[in-house]
Design a protein around this ligand. Structure first.
Ligand SMILES: NC(=O)c1ccc[n+]([C@@H]2O[C@H](COP(=O)([O-])OP(=O)(O)OC[C@H]3O[C@@H](n4cnc5c(N)ncnc54)[C@H](O)[C@@H]3O)[C@@H](O)[C@H]2O)c1
Length: 330
């Protein structure tokens, strides 16, 4: 088995999120060997930044002699096509979320991963966010009793125009496909599977082909209900997760200056208790370290292709509900 410093990584898609991947790989000691992008200039720029070679094609990159693992950082509509060469060559894959733009395409990918018994991690990075990990531990320990209600908002300003997310053929949708997909995964991680969804989507400020606002109501298998809101058009970012149980409440604040990352208040408490997670690694660093641990054979993927598929099913149900006005069972 190779050591971390001997591992050669391939990056497919050299845009925004690829930077978070390469920074974390390099921090962990792994080497970026090959990069690929349909935009040759984007590939050349990243190659220069990290001292890698530009691959001529995906096929040449999907060679176990060339790389030991690959990160897929392209728009969602390409995830199936871009993962398959690696999955078939049994090269471990870390694929960005959402898994794909439709349930049939996500299913095809899941089937191939299973068929080839390939190592595959879906990059739902919030499972590696230290406050989310802490919340899961607290819930499992019974600290807030039985979870009854989950609330999550991911709202901020994101200009769609000119980004791949504005094209539904590339993204599969707007903030619901992009941000609510994270929220659904956090719901599943903290309080269990989703059995039904009712949703509304709208273009509240940006008149593009995809929504800039979404509201989802979830019913969970273990009896917890959920409310998820997401928006691309609010300049004052509001990002939080709350889990309300029959004995207490956990609150996670994302990136709010002056507010603690995570607090808990139990029945009878007169104030919140702050939980210090400041020493834990950032979620991208933790995610990549976990992926490399899996590649080294020391761990099993914490977010599987089945998790990616489960989230895709909820998001597809949300769009179906928004269109029909009905509650959709999953
Ligand atoms: N985990 C997170 O928090 C997070 C954050 C941002 C983005 N993402 C996900 O990462 C993925 C990429 O998002 P981004 O923001 O980096 O997008 P981006 O548009 O900034 O970059 C995408 C890159 O893929 C390249 N590309 C497009 N089509 C290609 C093709 N056919 N072959 C090869 N390369 C191609 C583009 O040229 C571009 O360089 C999406 O699935 C997105 O949802 C995840």
């Amino acid at each position: 088995m190779k050591s971390l410093s001997e591992l050669k990584i391939g990056i497919v898609g050299c845009g925004g999120i690829s930077r978070a991947h390469v920074t974390a790989y390099r921090q962990a000691g792994a080497r970026i060997a090959l990069v690929y992008d349909v935009n040759r200039a984007a590939a050349a720029a990243l190659a220069k930044e990290v001292g890698a070679q530009v691959a001529d094609s995906l096929a040449s990159m999907a060679d176990p002699g060339a790389i030991d693992a690959a990160s897929i950082c392209t728009p969602p509509a390409f995830h199936l096509e871009h993962c398959l060469p690696f999955v078939r060559a049994r090269i471990p894959v870390l694929c960005e979320k959402p898994l794909e733009i439709s349930v049939p395409r996500a299913k095809r990918l899941a089937t191939e991963v299973k068929k080839h018994r390939s190592l595959f991690l879906t990059a739902y990075c919030h499972r590696f966010h230290p406050p989310v990990i802490e919340a899961r531990k607290l819930i499992a320990s019974g600290a807030i009793g039985r979870p009854l209600f989950f609330r999550n908002m991911f709202a901020g300003k994101f200009v769609l125009r000119g980004n791949h997310r504005a094209d539904p053929k590339l993204s599969g949708g707007g903030c619901v496909a992009d941000n609510a997909a994270h929220a659904v995964d956090i719901f599943r991680f903290l309080v269990g599977d989703v059995t039904a969804v009712q949703a509304q989507v709208a273009n509240v400020a940006q008149k593009e082909k995809v929504e800039d606002f979404g509201l989802l109501f979830l019913r969970g298998k273990k009896g917890c209900y959920g409310e998820i809101a997401c928006c691309y058009s609010t300049p004052v970012a509001t990002n939080f997760v709350e889990v309300l149980g029959d004995k207490g409440t956990i609150t996670i604040n994302y990136w709010v200056p002056g507010r603690p990352d995570i607090t808990i208040r139990r029945e009878g408490d007169t104030a919140d208790t702050v939980i210090d997670v400041s020493q834990a690694p950032d979620r991208f660093v933790a995610e990549i370290r976990h992926f490399l641990d899996c590649v080294a054979g020391n761990a099993k993927p914490a977010v599987t292709v089945a998790d990616g598929l489960a989230s895709a099913e909820v998001i597809a149900a949300a769009y179906a509900s928004a269109k029909s006005g009905k509650l959709i069972r999953i």
